[in-house]
Write a protein that binds this ligand. Sequence first.
Ligand code: 2YY
Ligand code: ZN
Length: 374
Amino acid sequence: MSAIFSFQSLARCSQTKARAGVFFTPHGPVETPRFMPVGTLANVKTVTPAQLQDTGAQMILSNTYHLHLQPGEAIVAGGGGLHKFMGWNGPMLTDSGGFQVFSLSEMRKISEEGVKFRSPHDGQIINLTPERSIEIQNTLGADVIMAFDECPPYPATRQEVEAATNRTYRWLERCIMAHQRGDQALFGIVQGGVYLDLRSQAAVALAKLDLPGYAIGGVSVGEPPELMAQIVKATAPLLPPEKPRYLMGVGTYREMAIAIASGIDLFDCVIPTRWARHGTAMVQGDRWNLKNAKFREDFAPLDETCPCYACQNFSRAYISHLVRSQEILAYTLLSIHNITELIRFTQKIRESILSDRFATEFGHWLEADSEQRD
Ligand SMILES: Nc1nc2cc3nc(NCCc4ccc(C(=O)O)cc4)[nH]c3cc2c(=O)[nH]1
Ligand SMILES: [Zn+2]
């Protein structure tokens, strides 16, 4: 790993594979394990960068697919690059676009070259290849950039998954060749679907490439939670222990606790902000729909232990009123709270690992039938 990126493991849990560390980047450190809020179109929806800072967010994500379509990487670069353009001076990561093409655009055709798809904006045909994805990410300027991969759908046959996993490896080699910027870390992504032998072959092959960080992809795509847990449990320990491990698209309490117990360090998910925009608060392991009549005259804060701006200044009754009235402030307050909640959750887990109390304090999340299902 280049000197400007490094991962320091500070403590290991004595009963699980959980670890607490720090991932150093050119825009500052990330204390792991950590949840990363998603800012797809160069903003975390309804939240200002200053408010985002207050949530305790350290590293955030944006998306190559979306930013290439709108406003285009040239404009982001013209604005000084992603950090300056959006006013976020902390660590940033961009996803590579492959997954988003498949989940968001109608007509798309995959070949060894890359993925051809029709822009949902103006219908023009776009050809996204490993080289093009890296070029766009180099232009956007995030600290961590993701390899261009093929994420097979769930379910998929072993043959389909094997083909996608092998192509993902060949595309990764092309990404490594195309990557220009020494101040950006290129993370590889392990595919393999639900086939544990394909997962371990991919993990071992990627580990040999000595990349600055590794992600587990191809999960959180509709598979049952126990299957995701099984895949992560089998794959994470095969990734180099001295490098950061990132589980893509995962971010509910139970999923993160289970993944951290397998040695995962970083997470991202749209859930806290997506649920906020639907009027749902995440409170101490539970989820509350603020439209529910029971909050109409409940003048307590969402969570009196929460330091966030919403909990320090407003009541459940007030936020419930805003949600019911579809006031935009509702979505900002709930996003601020939900992001703070998940970051605090990973912070509390980190502290428990540092004092070797993780298995005791969070063991209930690791049991198969933990009642508070997300
Ligand atoms: N490059 C790459 N990126 C990925 C992003 C992902 N994001 C997910 N899951 C997202 C889960 C997700 C999506 C939407 C909502 C909602 O709308 O509520 C909730 C959860 N799985 C993912 C897998 C990959 C992958 O293999 N490769
Ligand atoms: Zn709060």
